[in-house]
Design a protein around this ligand. Sequence first.
Ligand code: ADP
Ligand code: ZN
Ligand code: ZN
Length: 663
Amino acid sequence: MPKYADIIVNISREELDKTFQYRIPDELSEIVVPGSKVEIPFHNRPAVTGYVISLSDEPKIDETRIRKISGLAKRSLTADDTMMALAAWMKEAYGCTLNQALKTVLPVKGTIRKGKTRVQSVPLPSQEERDAYTQAQLNPEQQEAVSGYAQETEGQNRPCLLFGVTGSGKTEVYMEMIRRCIEGGKQAILLIPEIALTYQNVKRFFLRFGDRVGILNSRQSAGEKYETVRLAKEGKLDLVIGPRSALFVPFPRLGLIIIDEEHEHSYHSDLTPRYHAREVAEKLCELTGASLVLGSATPSLESFSRAESGQYRLLQLPHRAMADAKLPQVYVADLREELKAGNKSVFSRLLREKIEDRLEKKEQIMLFLNRRGYAGFVSCRYCGKPIVCPHCSISMTYHRDGSLHCHYCGYSIPFPETCPSCGSPYIAAFGTGTQKVEAIVQREFPKARVLRMDADTTTGKSGHSRILDAFGKDEADILIGTQMIVKGHDFPRVTLVGVLAADLSLYAPEYDAAERTFQLLTQASGRAGRGSRQGEVVLQTYMPEHYAVLSSAEQDYEAFYREEMAFRRLMHYPPAGGLLIASVSGPDAAGTELKTKALREVLEDTFLEQAPLITGPAEGTEFKRKDVFRQQLLIRHPDAAVLRKIRDYAGHLLGDTIQFDLQ
Ligand code: ADP
Ligand code: ZN
Ligand code: ZN
């Protein structure tokens, strides 16, 4: 039993590293754990509240000078306690230190310039906009979704999955849920992916709920963020909208958390602790009794499988909300056929025809370049097949020395001269940039007014909104962009969406490449025909027979879900099994590889009985970065508890030189 506890007295971020050691009295030795709220004498005050950060056996100062914990603090549920409990849970769930967890959940203190009492990084709607606002009446489908949710809040309070096609009016449903929450005297948090946090998207909430709405986003200063957090804590806000970190707004009476576009990968943090907003929200709801709603047109496999098993309640909106808005007509253009017919342009004949037609009719067009920043994958332009690792079924990546590697298991082969599937010599690395597409569009359609939206054109505070506003005001005929144009923007004059290369994300070297592709294609198609005119979509692809392409063209989520789940089961990938990625770092390539190999052997020995499936060492996607080399092991096991054990064990062995991502 540890004898001492390191305690923080003040739960503000700057003080986190300042701990004081106290002795644990015998009668509390089994009760005091990291995260416990205790009462301690402090300086000349007989009793203040402190939080236990860690336990130790050794005194850090002369033992006679260490004072004793007086007792457990009486449980009063403040927002601070909830955050503390959440941090203690994150430490276990994500294998980080309590300190790292606390730094994640506690707000950054900042300074606010004098005289500014309210900070809003988006302009409030004008009086004109307020006057013009009318609330949509909910249609029967939407009402049914709300009443399903209401039943749940009064009964089991299971999380709800709102599965609604693009344009089905999920936002109206959220607003009704939020209204009920506020009316009950509670507060709500709405998570929206950062990329969709535009003025257009949040304006509706100000119009509906007035200005007791706070916004958080990454472009704000620490001071601006802190001000929103302070107002929320004081009960001066009813709703906070923000990215994943908005979960940590310490509302005194949290009633509802909504995660919009719940399948989005930005909800999975890429910093330590690598938490997932969905998991943290579930825990937070368990701690506070709040309700959880997840919404998407393309739910993650994780969530949909939970809805299937009854762990979540499924709420569905299968139709578009506006009376005359129909789901778009989707055409698939086979790029292999184009090549065979001598068309080497980025546009299929069908897409070119339709672009000309829309320019003529003065309707708007979105061209989407599916580019997730993966360089170095190789595919055959003749048969469309990528080169896939025989052990892991993921795309292999092109390597500096000219060979192809699997970054899951390390398997490698020399660069083939002909396609292993069809024998054609048209095998090459793949990729076009948005800038190049813009130049081609301007050359081929000289009269069209063109806007481009990608990482280069959206720098600065308002880069995003500037381009979206201009397009919304009809200042351009064609908007070209990467995935950032497909996220939840509502442009009623867009009647044609062209997806230039649907395959690019399909070849991404990740086990969930097909899922991401299906999501992107479905979201992109969802941009077409949101007004009263029928929308059309042209999906250009080298693999028209792939189920991710087929089922998104048919707008059949469940067909996709069934195929993809079969693949995950076969390969033991999540959600059919647990996956732990352990990434080992070191200053030189050979040493890091040796260390990783040794780790694999140690783990296989130690966990012989549980028999986890371990592959690697392999170079991850970030093999070398800032002179640090990385090698990774992929560890699969159906039981997440076993993976957590392996993680903690490996963490003890390698300390700072190993990082984990448990999925
Ligand atoms: P989603 O978030 O599901 O893609 P939105 O909430 O953006 O869909 O709604 C799509 C469009 O339908 C919006 O213009 C919205 O104002 C409209 N809408 C939503 N619900 C209704 C309704 N009940 N009656 C009429 N229009 C509606
Ligand atoms: Zn081929
Ligand atoms: Zn492999």
